[in-house]
Design a protein around this ligand. Structure first.
Ligand code: HEC
Ligand code: HEC
Ligand code: HEC
Ligand code: HEC
Length: 130
């Protein structure tokens, strides 16, 4: 695969996906339409599952977003294993099989707003980020 081929602009695709996720969030009271933090709270976790204090502010694990998520979910390798079945026949790489080292989980998973397809800055992979 050539670098020029990969560096195409898919910003419009990403924007359309974000808009679709926003529409889902505003139009529905279902847990699936809420932001990630709300869905954790709906499962019985409190704000201090991720934050030091119950009112938000500093995140619990060190000062990296990667750390606080990995506390419960594990690292990228663990996530690749967990989501392997979803990507077996998808024709695109597992989104957790990324090449940017200790990329914060929150580059894609936004706690208080819809997720973002970080990879789409450079690739045409279509990911719906929960
Ligand atoms: C699943 C982990 C998680 C939970 C649960 C969570 N947060 Fe957050 N929160 C984050 C992360 C990560 C950020 C940093 C911004 C981002 O990545 O979205 C953040 C940012 C914030 C901010 C900074 C402003 C902002 O929106 O970026 C406030 C305030 C906040 N959270 C309050 C809360 C409150 C209040 C609750 C409980 C209702 C809560 N959070 C539950 C992960 C969480
Ligand atoms: C205190 C433990 C804890 C922390 C910290 C935590 N999670 Fe979770 N998360 C859970 C549990 C428990 C579930 C429900 C079971 C499952 O799907 O693994 C869940 C579910 C999820 C899901 C799938 C379900 C959904 O509603 O989308 C995603 C995605 C997710 N977490 C991402 C994150 C990210 C990103 C962070 C860091 C900002 C984070 N979690 C921090 C415990 C945690
Ligand atoms: C490049 C974007 C991206 C990054 C970075 C990312 N994720 Fe994900 N994640 C996704 C997408 C897309 C899904 C939806 C399921 C799938 O396609 O595998 C997902 C699904 C999940 C789920 C739900 C898994 C399930 O059982 O359905 C959890 C939990 C999760 N991610 C945790 C993490 C953690 C922890 C990190 C950081 C170590 C992380 N993610 C980093 C894109 C990302
Ligand atoms: C800033 C731009 C950029 C971002 C963001 C990016 N990539 Fe890449 N990616 C590249 C470049 C450049 C290459 C090397 C292309 C080549 O070998 O010609 C590459 C190569 C790859 C390859 C190997 C492709 C091949 O045929 O060898 C995979 C798989 C991949 N990226 C997945 C991802 C995933 C998953 C994400 C999101 C987590 C991501 N990338 C985010 C620029 C990016």
């Amino acid at each position: 695969m050539t670098t020029s081929g990969l560096f195409r602009s898919f910003r419009f695709g990403a924007a359309a996906m974000a808009a679709a996720l926003l529409a889902l969030g505003s139009g529905s009271a279902l847990a699936a339409g809420q932001n990630l933090a709300d869905r954790h709270v709906a499962r019985g976790m409190k704000c201090d599952a991720c934050h030091v204090s119950a009112s938000g502010g500093a995140l619990k694990a060190a000062d990296t977003d990667y750390g606080v998520c990995a506390t419960c979910h594990g690292d990228y390798q663990k996530m690749i294993e967990k989501t392997a079945a979803k990507h077996k026949d998808s024709g695109q790489p597992n989104p957790h099989a990324q090449h940017d080292g200790a990329l914060p989980c929150t580059e894609c998973h936004k706690a208080h707003k819809p997720g973002v397809n970080y990879c789409a800055q450079c690739h045409s992979f279509v990911y719906k980020v929960p």
